[in-house]
Design a protein around this ligand. Sequence first.
Ligand code: UTP
Length: 275
Amino acid sequence: MIRKCLFPVAGYGTRFLPATKSMPKEMLPIVNKPLVQYGVEEAIDAGLCEIGFVTGRGKRAIADHFDMNYELEHQIEGTGKEKYLESIRSVIERGVFSFTRQSAMRGLGDAILTGERLMGDQAFGVILSDDLCVTEGDGVMSQMVKLYEEFNCCIIAIQEVPQDKIEKFGVIAGDEIRSDLYRVNDMVEKPPAAEAPSNLAIIGRYILTPDIFDVLRKTPPGKNGEVQITDALMTLAKEGKVVAYKFEGTRFDCGSVDGFVEATNYCYQHIYEPV
Ligand code: UTP
């Protein structure tokens, strides 16, 4: 059973400056809900109720968001405005939230290693909340948990991306297990299009087994001088321990302004329910 989910949220969100100068990018709202709440809801709906955040400087608003605000609760108690707090109240009731800090921005791999104390020695989910995933049925993390139960190894979410976008992603190659599943045998972080092993790009959803931590400790900084989770996963992939899953649903890259606006329009039209 997977019970824990890690949210690396230490990034600076430079693409959203000046909005992110003193506010975490994960708190930017998609309509009326902060980006990170969508991710946490996806984790909790998948049964991953122990949520760990790897934060950095200037991220205190995230901790406050997943805590009670008694003054606010008191102020609106018994009024028609209580309904606006329903979704976050439900998240706070169902989840347990822990925090640790990444001391320097050494990359996603380093952020995940920083979360070791919070995740312990069991398999755990990882959600990058700037990848907002919208599905018709089960959330992406729920879909991945089912696969973990079947394969008992690392599961990574992938999607097909056009050739001219591939250099922004980690890219995999693998042997097809089913039409939506690959046993990974190659992974490259942000390759030039001509060197990409496929058009299958890794997106911000992972299930990792705890042996990843020892591998991360030994993984030297790679692309951009950062410790890359892709490099660490490649070590496990060589042992046949990584399965890539073409998930059902739509992903919005809310770490970019274009993706953020697209997600906002989509959610306003299809998901937002005026309360
Ligand atoms: P990004 O590189 O997309 O996020 O990292 P960023 O740095 O916040 O955004 P820009 O590029 O400056 O606009 C992907 C995810 O990994 C986390 C980020 O918070 C984001 O969720 N991350 C990345 C860390 O937590 N620590 C790191 O050292 C690097």
